[in-house]
Design a protein around this ligand. Structure first.
Ligand code: FE2
Ligand code: FE2
Length: 364
């Protein structure tokens, strides 16, 4: 498997520090922007000393200085953080972690804003004009790598959207279902991060790939997919085949788009392949149990079932959050990952916020 972005960033950071005048560059970090929720999210970092930010989400409109940079595309140099940090939560945290200067570069291309690249040093006045010149090509390189990876994921999403738009799977798996379950999955992954050692990069790709879990449904006939009422045993077999069809589609996309080298391809494949497995081995199609089911699939399963229960479907009305959480809790540790269920139960305000933002709409 190819190395992820974070690993590549760490190597590049080492190389940059090989330049004697850049030796005191102790932190490089990338935060991504999600325009549908106006959130800035920590993503990857390479840090020598204290890690000031991790598993962090912040609303961009609460950060007017950064928002300004995003709009104008301007780069920002702060050569004495202690002088400017007063009343600024994030700058204060940087100072507390020992940093004294910062250089911020918006990552953007052709009108699309992807996020920010942050450089920090414990030295005051580190970002001198000559050091900024030396850093420029590296900033460019990191920005390009981040954009390339995100564009690849966007391309896969676009391809799936196209096949979905010509199939009835769009009626079953609405756009708002996918938007909500992706955010539940993200929230769960974030809560599980400390215990499972999940990086922000991993959390981000859970968010990106969770909505592709049912891509195989495009291969299930309408008569079964949209049938009101119970499926017969034979129809169930066909319905369940969406998992293996999904794995075939993912493999095809990866082969035909030349994405073999995509570092997070395993994560996508695992979510598609194992999102109907159950901890006790009663799931389908492989009957895997416990830890044989990758954590990303256990997370996606809980997010998916929770949203399916709380949404209207052709054959059922929407359950209340309480009723859905009660069912998940009952099966927690039996069918569903206990940590993932607990993350939902303990964060009902975040659930309500996601539901308020992504109400029921037709697939767009
Ligand atoms: Fe499914
Ligand atoms: Fe689903």
């Amino acid at each position: 498997m190819q190395r992820g972005l974070a690993e590549r960033l760490i190597c590049l950071h080492d190389e940059i520090k090989g330049d004697a005048s850049l030796e005191a560059l102790s932190r490089i970090a990338v935060a991504l922007y999600d325009d549908t929720s106006d959130m800035l999210k920590t993503f990857i970092h390479s840090t020598d000393g204290d890690v000031p930010f991790e598993h962090l989400l912040a609303r961009m409109s609460d950060l007017p200085n950064l928002q300004q940079l995003a709009w104008t595309g301007a780069r920002r140099t702060i050569n004495d953080l202690t002088a400017t940090s007063e009343g600024q939560e994030f700058a204060t945290r940087l100072v507390e972690s020992g940093y004294r200067s910062s250089y911020t570069v918006p990552i953007q291309h052709k009108g699309t804003f992807y996020g920010f690249l942050f450089f920090n040093s414990p030295e005051v006045n580190f970002f001198s004009p000559s050091n900024l010149n030396r850093l420029r090509p590296y900033a460019e390189l990191i920005s390009l790598s981040v954009m390339r990876e995100l564009d690849t994921v966007r391309m896969m999403h676009a391809a799936v959207k196209v096949i979905r738009s010509v199939s009835s799977a769009r009626d079953e798996e609405t756009g708002s279902h996918l938007a909500r379950m992706a955010r539940y999955a993200r929230m769960i992954a974030e809560k599980l991060a400390p215990k499972y050692g999940l990086t922000d990069e991993f959390v981000e790709f859970v968010f990106q790939f969770a909505p592709l879990h049912d891509v195989g449904k495009v291969a299930v006939p309408d008569s079964i997919l949209l049938k009101p009422g119970r499926l017969t045993d034979e129809e169930f077999v066909v319905m369940r085949s969406h998992v293996e069809k999904g794995v075939d589609i993912v493999d095809l996309m990866v082969r035909d788009f030349g994405l073999k080298s995509m570092p997070h391809f395993d994560l996508l494949r695992n979510i598609v392949a194992f999102h109907h497995e159950a901890l006790d081995g009663t799931g389908y199609p492989y009957g895997r149990s416990g830890d044989q089911i990758p954590i990303e699939a256990r997370i996606a399963a809980v997010a998916d079932v929770f949203d399916a229960l709380t949404s209207v479907r052709p054959y059922k009305r929407a359950w209340t959050n309480e009723a859905a959480l009660a069912l998940l809790s009952e099966q927690s540790g039996i069918k569903f990952d206990a940590d993932s269920v607990a993350a939902l139960v303990e964060n009902q305000a975040a659930i309500a916020e996601i539901q308020a933002q992504f109400g029921e709409t037709l697939y767009d």
